[in-house]
Write a protein that binds this ligand. Structure first.
Ligand code: FAD
Length: 423
């Protein structure tokens, strides 16, 4: 009987286990499928996804929604097992879904239900789940693997488990309290893999001498652009959140991986905020000129009150080099242009991210060129499969990272039970 051991019972690991068990049943094969998970339950991270609602996947799905050194492989994998196949997989598990503008959630909008149904499904399929087991090392022993694990990360006493195939689904190192502590990278490296540098992604950004500090707590529509060495790396529009330490919100999350990568290489990183992305500079200039023509006697901060959040206005004026009590009638052409420029290109120096502890995912990981893009089997170590966030692929917000876990997990599980692998 073939024994397949899955290391890490997160989204990718549970999908791999279900796919392996389902397909070995279909093929009338006798396989023993194990999950080793060091947390006290499988799927702990799923509970926190989508603010407790679990954004499972997205209607718009292609490799442009992901970053990697080898994005082409991502498209090939999504073609094999994409959102449609994933939704069918969930239906078979008893999970009905609903779409909110193309973003798929469980119908119950309960991430906890997704986790629980996965666990029930795995039990039903006869998958042996061992929680509170931390895998310390994996050694290839002829055609088989020897896995050394312990009851906790610090425990000295180890237990040894032999496996015919290993699926490595330990995740990355984002939100380590949820289980992904980065130990999977060392396991992959010990079996011959190399890593694209791993940095936090989908994370808040910290700003040096934050010129928006006085506006902490403000939520405002805006566009954030990230520049590395003056080169535009990415931009996104939506609701920005201004904080004491810097900037947050979905658009910041979307571009944060560019900042994190640049900071990793110690390159200067600048953000620019357009606080009025829906209007052109010409329109904003015309609006202010109209107020002047009406011989409006108000001061400049009052003139901006109907456009920007009140807490934001002093920050904008300071950056434009203006006193808040400047009369609008005194606004000469250079000052007017400086104000418009500030509102459209508010400059921030990015000093850091909020780190792995606050990141939703990691950018970087095991190189996709070291994986067979049809089967997820390692090209460095036959019989080893890798799936999920441990790999060098990070998606934007919107269900893309879980989809990556479903896609790669399913393909790894399916192929690990088939006899075609290279061991
Ligand atoms: C707060 C938050 C919200 C998110 N929301 C969404 C969302 O709505 N939609 C979306 O698409 N993505 C979301 N993501 C991202 C998504 O959850 C991850 O990309 C996805 O869970 C990765 O799956 P994985 O199985 O590869 O890794 P993980 O889910 O991290 O699972 C890895 C598992 O391996 C275990 N493990 C690690 N090392 C060892 C070891 N040495 N021995 C034993 N076990 C080990 C861990 O405990 C963990 O259970 C969110 C992430 C966070 C943090």
């Amino acid at each position: 009987m073939k024994k397949i051991v899955i290391i890490g019972g997160g989204a990718a690991g549970m999908t791999a286990a279900a796919a392996a068990a389902q397909n070995s049943r279909r093929a009338n094969q006798k396989s023993e499928i194990w999950i080793l998970e060091h947390k006290d339950m499988v799927g702990k991270k799923i509970l926190s996804t989508g603010n407790g609602r679990c954004n499972l996947t997205n209607e718009v799905m292609n490799s442009d929604c992901y970053y990697s050194e080898n994005p082409k492989i991502i498209g090939q994998l999504l073609d094999k097992f994409g959102p449609e196949e994933s939704l069918q997989f969930f239906r078979e598990m008893g999970i009905l879904v609903k779409s909110k503008n193309g973003y798929y959630y469980p119908r119950s909008e309960q991430a906890a239900a997704v986790r629980e149904l996965f666990q029930i499904h795995l039990e039903h399929l006869g998958v042996k789940t061992r929680t509170n087991v931390h895998v310390k090392s994996i050694k290839k022993d002829g055609c088989a693997f020897m896995i050394h694990a312990a009851q906790s990360i610090s425990a000295k006493e180890t237990l040894s488990i032999k496996a015919d195939k290993v699926i490595l689904t330990c995740g990355g190192m984002a939100s380590p309290v949820l289980g992904s502590d980065g130990s999977g990278y060392a396991l992959a490296q010990s079996l011959g893999h190399s890593l694209v540098p791993v940095v936090p992604a989908l994370v808040q950004l910290r700003v040096r001498n934050n010129p928006l500090k006085r506006a902490a707590g403000v939520r405002t529509d805006g566009m954030v652009s990230i520049y590395e060495n003056h080169k535009l790396m990415g931009a996104d529009t939506g609701e920005l959140q201004i904080t004491e330490y810097g900037i947050s919100g979905i658009p910041v999350f979307q571009v944060s991986r560019h900042a994190a990568k640049a900071l990793h290489y110690k390159h200067p990183v600048r953000a620019e905020i357009d606080f009025l992305p829906e209007l052109s500079s010409k329109t904003m200039t015309a609006m202010l000129r109209y107020r002047q023509k009406r011989q409006d006697n108000s001061c400049i901060s009052e003139a901006l009150l109907g456009i920007f959040n009140k807490k934001l206005i002093p920050c904008l004026l300071k950056n434009a080099g203006m006193k808040p009590d400047l009369r609008i009638s005194e606004l000469n052409e250079p000052l007017l242009q400086s104000l418009v420029h500030t509102c459209r290109h508010f400059p921030l120096t990015i000093s850091d991210t909020n780190g792995f502890a606050h990141a939703q995912v990691c950018a970087g990981g095991v190189r996709l060129t070291e994986i067979n893009a049809s089967t997820m089997e390692s090209l460095r170590c036959g019989g080893l499969y890798l799936a999920g966030e441990i790999l060098d692929a990070d998606g934007i917000c919107g269900g893309y990272n879980l989809q990556w876990a479903w896609t790669t997990g399913y393909l790894a599980g399916l192929n690990a039970v088939s006899d075609k692998s290279r061991t």
